[in-house]
Design a protein around this ligand. Structure first.
Ligand SMILES: [Zn+2]
Length: 604
């Protein structure tokens, strides 16, 4: 394109600069409000669609015609989209302000409604799973984009119960495990933490508090962690009990009723990752614990400490506390995407310009960050709690990376758009790495360069080793709870897990035994966390391929992303030349980290 489009783009960027301000997002693309007539109409429409769908029950036989089958699937797709849209609105509204009672009420109402409606359409899923292999294959043969979704449902055939039993589980989950999770969120999200900063006691959210563990002041870092676990530890016995109840529910249902061999294998099947691949990943991770211990020892030297404390693992190695205004952070992220592939920058820009980003810090707002994809037609929504540190810029790149992934896969149906968990972090982590590369390119100051390299290894630690050890703890905690262990015994086991992870590289304060009750993932989505380690090691390895191959690599990478969840992850990766069964593949990811640490050791 000529200069004209460049100028036009220049103007657009200048105009956008003013709108690159921290803000609350707009949910108008979903509904004008939770109490609007549009919302009520959508709910009525959903009920009608489900009623119509129920009439298909009699027509679904072993020899249903393919055309009829396709009509049924398309109607199911419409129902799923509408349910996602209404439920998505409720949940996004709730994260905006978890203390808003109207939002809480709508979430609860939608949970109830979607459980009721899901029960009424459940017969399709059950019929499909019960169908004999030949009839199923005949129908799947020409099902195009729906194929993998249909195949995947049948994976659950051996673990599926009768229709009345499935209904009972759905109904009881609303007031059981799901209610308990919501209670955990509502309870812990209202925690406020007290920390003395510059001689003044401040009250803050967890997101704000945790920004202090990345500050140069060692005492402040320690006090921030102590403030965190004082609050979680006080409620530890209750939060721990909630966790134990959820793990018992998990075991009773998945092993007791459905017959999965182990607690983690239910997650592995949902991810469509063979058990032995996950075992290999966790095994190789455990063997590489020494790698990060070496890193922490190096960090101690640079911080002029004899030994690092657990409080110091995210300490900055230089005293620079460079801050990024939100507007320039957005530009940096867009620029780094642009350098890789202009389409990536355009897609990220779309999310921002459509006001789908909630960036500001507010009391009651959900802490952390996420990207939510509602339906393939809708641009995803991104939530962050932006505070101006380089870490926040990376988080922005991360979540926008998720959005790009969804948008690249938006040609797929709602059933096949989402990448399964282990591939779900590919674009996000790759996005972060592009940003860091961009920052490294610009930076000539050696100490800032070192800071950036440190940050990259810090992140690899947090994403790989920390998560792998969480998963190892979860495996242990599920077993221990089954064998009647108390909350205190779980805390003691968690403390041992930390000692194995850090070896002699760190001094660990006793309060860290309560860390596990502060990790929402292990409550909401048991064994989710290994997906982070999977994703990061995968990306490290893909990124080093990109460095070696340059442009030739891009189509293979874009293929991985645009495949979304339309094929088995092992298959998608195999097509990109990756064999996840091999321990050597995972070791390759760790070798990249080893290289980064060696670079740092030379700088030190
Ligand atoms: Zn992510």
């Amino acid at each position: 394109m000529g200069g004209e489009s460049k100028n036009k783009k220049g103007n657009t960027m200048a105009e956008e600069k003013r709108s690159f301000e921290m803000s609350r997002w707009s949910l108008d693309d979903l509904y004008p409000s939770g109490s609007s007539k549009e919302m009520e109409r959508a709910i009525e429409d959903l009920k009608k669609k489900v009623e119509k769908f129920e009439a298909y029950r009699a027509e679904l036989t072993d020899n249903v015609a393919f055309d009829k089958f396709l009509v049924v699937i398309k109607d199911l797709e419409e129902i799923t989209k509408l349910m996602q849209r209404i439920g998505g609105y409720a949940e996004l509204w709730f994260t905006e302000d978890t203390q808003d009672q109207a939002a809480q009420t709508l979430v609860a109402r939608m949970e109830q409604l979607s459980a009721d409606l899901s029960n009424r359409i459940l017969f399709f899923n059950l019929w499909w799973k019960a169908l004999d292999d030949d009839s199923a294959e005949k129908l799947m043969k020409d099902s195009g984009d729906y194929r993998y979704w249909l195949e995947e449902m049948r994976h659950f055939k051996p673990y599926t119960l009768s229709e009345p039993e499935e209904k009972v589980i759905n109904i009881k989950d609303v007031t059981g495990s799901r209610a308990l999770n919501m209670l955990y969120d509502a309870y812990t999200n209202r925690y406020m933490f007290k920390l003395e900063v510059d001689g003044k006691e401040k009250e803050m959210t967890r997101g704000e508090l945790m920004s202090y563990v990345r500050r140069p002041d060692a005492d402040l870092r320690a006090r921030a962690y102590q403030a965190l676990y004082r609050v979680y530890g006080n409620d530890g016995p209750i939060l721990g009990q909630m966790y134990q109840t959820l793990t018992r529910d998990w075991r009773n249902e998945l092993i007791g009723l459905r017959g999965y061999p182990t607690p983690i294998s239910a997650r592995n099947l949902a991810n469509d990752i063979p058990d032995e691949v996950v075992d290999t990943l966790l095994d190789v991770s455990q063997k590489n614990a020494g790698l990060f211990q070496r890193f922490f020892k190096l960090k101690a030297r640079l911080l002029k400490m004899d030994k690092l404390r657990r409080y110091d693992i995210y300490a900055p190695v230089t005293s620079s506390s460079k801050e990024f205004a939100f507007g320039s952070a957005v530009e940096l992220v867009l620029d780094s995407f642009e350098q890789f592939e202009p389409r990536f920058a355009q897609l990220a820009h779309k999310v921002i310009s459509e006001k789908h980003v909630d960036s500001e810090v507010r009391k009651g707002k959900q802490s952390g960050a996420f990207c939510a994809t509602i339906t393939p037609e809708l641009t995803p929504w991104v939530l962050t709690n932006y505070q101006g540190h380089s870490d926040d810029v990376a988080t922005l790149a991360h979540e926008l990376g998720h959005a790009i992934h969804s948008l690249l896969a938006s040609d797929h149906s709602i059933f096949t758009q989402h990448a399964c968990l282990p591939l779900a972090e590919t674009a996000s982590t790759f996005g972060e790495m592009m940003l860091v590369d961009r920052l490294l390119e610009e930076e000539s100051d050696q100490s800032v360069r070192r800071d950036l390299l440190f940050r990259q290894v810090d992140d690899s630690y947090a994403t790989i080793m920390r998560q792998a050890f969480f998963a190892l703890f979860e495996k242990q905690a599920h077993e221990m709870t089954n064998n009647g262990a108390s909350v205190d015994e779980l805390s003691a086991a968690y403390f041992e897990n930390l000692k194995t992870q850090f070896g002699d590289s760190l001094e660990i304060g006793e309060e860290f035994k309560w860390e596990w009750v502060s990790i929402p993932h292990i409550y909401h989505t048991p064994f989710y966390v290994y997906a982070y380690a999977f994703g990061q090691l995968l990306v490290l390895s893909l990124y080093s391929q990109f460095k070696q191959e340059g442009d030739a690599f891009k189509p293979r990478y874009i293929n991985i992303l645009s495949s979304g969840g339309s094929k088995a992850p092992v298959q998608i990766l195999k097509e990109a030349g990756v064999d996840v069964y091999q321990a050597a593949f995972w070791q390759g990811g760790f070798d990249v980290v080893d290289g980064l640490i060696a670079q740092l050791e030379n700088l030190a």
